[in-house]
Design a protein around this ligand. Structure first.
Ligand SMILES: Nc1ncnc2c1ncn2[C@@H]1O[C@H](COP(=O)(O)OP(=O)(O)O)[C@@H](O)[C@H]1O
Ligand SMILES: [Mg+2]
Length: 257
């Protein structure tokens, strides 16, 4: 992505049978920005980012990177264009080491006497660098991922995205089900990514977390845009009102004589 821009989605439509999960949704993220995506269960958040990630194909609308329309046929396609999505289900292999997970699908292969072999040393060295850059504390990267805490696993998933040099990292509920100290860590990773000039999309139910790290907040409600606010210019109550529709209802009530 270029310096100024950005990802933008315009008029995005996604239907599942009779359900319209996304009804002409607009969404954008600038370079070096943390954009939060919030809304009640079923609002369409995961559908939006799965469409961005190439896991779903939209029924309408367009996706642009730096003003050029893109079509991501698969998640691999999106990754190859620098859009790395960390799904709610994380997609790490529990019975593989930290380093092997970071290099999953893009192992460093070196021919020795004409025979290809996995360059584990190189992969371990690079994994350590990536984890250190993010300040993820994992003393032994030779252990299986299933022995890590939830926060460490998020760190590994982000390191994996950085390993492909992603410009935009999308995280679906990365702090759900984490202990408080672990949440702090993951919010720290997000701030580090922004400091590195990356763009981040953060889906979260926790409005406090959102206010701590996001520059702007996009609100979805029942598959539609319900608001776009600058975090610095809004209160958590404003955002909750947009999520529930209460602020719209109140305005309507005020207008009634
Ligand atoms: N694969 C699917 N098949 C059918 N309906 C789906 C599918 N994924 C999501 N939906 C529906 O689309 C709507 C939005 O869901 P989702 O994007 O998961 O919401 P959120 O992530 O905001 O909770 C819901 O009504 C949900 O039931
Ligand atoms: Mg969801």
């Amino acid at each position: 992505m270029s310096q100024d821009l950005k990802l933008s989605m315009r008029g995005l439509v996604k239907r599942f049978g009779g359900v319209t999960a996304l009804d002409a949704v607009d969404f954008e993220v600038r370079r070096g920005e943390v954009m939060a995506l919030v809304g009640d269960n079923g609002a369409g958040k995961s559908t939006l980012i799965k469409t961005l990630a190439g896991a779903h194909q939209p029924d309408g609308g367009r996706i642009e990177l730096d003003g050029r329309e893109v079509h991501f046929a698969t998640p691999q396609d999106a990754w190859s264009r620098g859009v790395a999505t960390i799904f709610q289900e994380l997609a790490l292999a529990g019975k593989m080491t930290v380093a092997d997970n970071i290099f999953l699908g893009r192992e460093i292969i070196r021919p020795v006497a004409g025979v290809p072999f996995l360059d584990r040393r190189a992969m371990q060295r690079r994994s350590r660098e990536l984890l250190d850059e993010l300040d993820v504390e994992i003393p032994d990267i030779q252990i299986w991922v299933e022995y890590l805490s939830g926060g460490q696993r998020q760190g590994v998933a982000i390191a994996r995205a950085l390993n492909i040099d992603a410009d935009l990292i999308v995280m679906d509920e990365p702090t759900a089900a984490l202990a408080v100290a672990e949440v702090r860590k993951v919010l720290g990773f997000i701030k580090t990514l922004r400091a590195q000039g990356k763009s981040v999309i953060l889906i979260s139910h926790n409005i406090q977390d959102v206010f701590e790290v996001a520059d702007r907040i996009t609100v979805l409600r029942r598959g539609r845009n319900a608001g776009l606010v600058d975090t610095a210019a809004a209160t958590p109550e404003d955002v909750v009102g947009l999520i529930t529709g209460a602020s719209v209802a109140r305005r309507t009530a005020d207008a009634t004589p």
